[in-house]
Design a protein around this ligand. Sequence first.
Ligand SMILES: Nc1ncnc2c1ncn2[C@@H]1O[C@H](COP(=O)(O)OP(=O)(O)OP(=O)(O)O)[C@@H](O)[C@H]1O
Ligand SMILES: C=C(C)CCOP(=O)(O)O
Length: 354
Amino acid sequence: MAPEAPAPKAVAHRIIKLGGAAITHKSQLETLQQDVLRRVCLSLAKDATDVDLGRTTDGTVLVHGAGSFGHHLASDYGVARGPLVDPRVRHGFALTRASVTRLNGYVVEGLVSAGIPAVGLSPLGHYTTSAREVSVTGASAVADCLRAGLVPVLHGDAVLDEQLGCTILSGDTLVRDLAEQLRPQYVVFLTNVAGVYDRPPEEEGARLLRRIVVRRKDGSWRVTAADGGSEVDIRMTADTHDVTGGIALKVEEAARVARLGVPVLIAQAGSEDGAAACRLGPLVTVNHGIVPLASSEPQWSSGCLAATSDMAEQQQVNAEAGQQCATAWRGTLIVLEDDEGLENEALGGMGSAG
Ligand SMILES: Nc1ncnc2c1ncn2[C@@H]1O[C@H](COP(=O)(O)OP(=O)(O)OP(=O)(O)O)[C@@H](O)[C@H]1O
Ligand SMILES: C=C(C)CCOP(=O)(O)O
């Protein structure tokens, strides 16, 4: 019998989800937000050439959402529920894929024009689900691309489901599966708002949650007020066409990633904060003053930038790297509680929406 294949080596440095709400106008069928897409492509390309940081886009996995290229059609034709034997659902399945792969083409084209060796990789054919849960992962195809020096660009997709016939696999769920399989150093979700708020961000008084802490024992998550007091209530809503659950699914999947010990950042696509999150990972919070990196969390620092074991030196490098972001970093950091089950009280906190 052939010897068992060795476990694949970690090849992913970072996984970035480019939200459909950021690169499309989610409420208008198949409309691209070209300016946001262009800014993201340019900033990722800049990471690749930043010789001071010794960084390249090697080890970067990109996943994008569907936005208005997929959610509308999937919702109109009931693609998330199946069954595929229903001719109307089958037609909707094909239409949804045609739409979302069109968007994938635009994203890949933007990245390649910016000089990134990006290749589109559709989940259908690599991923299967069972009752909407991933039952077959496509992570090995992603790892193969990474080992070949390519930047795989996946997307939320219509896939085959062992029980339902077909369903919709969200990019947020793909990111979590890839994080489980490839164990990147960090994950970034870029979307159209600055992060997770205590209520829909357009509502008056909405406050940006700077830090969400995930409990080690059961994976539940919480936000406590900066004064260390009671837990904060959070309200999240989703667009009417959204077939995958919107921001609530994102937070749930992000919490599952954080529980692996992989820090997650949520920030705005096309902004300096989003670019800095992609470039620096959780160290962005060191440079920009919201979350001091505790010495008990050394694993976050390894490999986020050119390797250096000395924290002071690393902070100096990071400070130089993050110069573009002159003000405090705006976004949400999602992390696992420390070994004692405590969160550092200096790390909690909220910021106003303004
Ligand atoms: N409490 C909240 N905090 C943050 N955003 C919220 C909240 N409640 C509702 N939202 C809305 O969630 C949206 C972002 O989630 P959504 O899943 O649509 O993003 P996305 O991942 O960019 O899109 P896609 O799923 O198409 O990839 C924002 O447009 C925001 O208005
Ligand atoms: C609607 C489709 C085809 C995919 C949804 O992916 P998401 O926008 O990442 O949730």
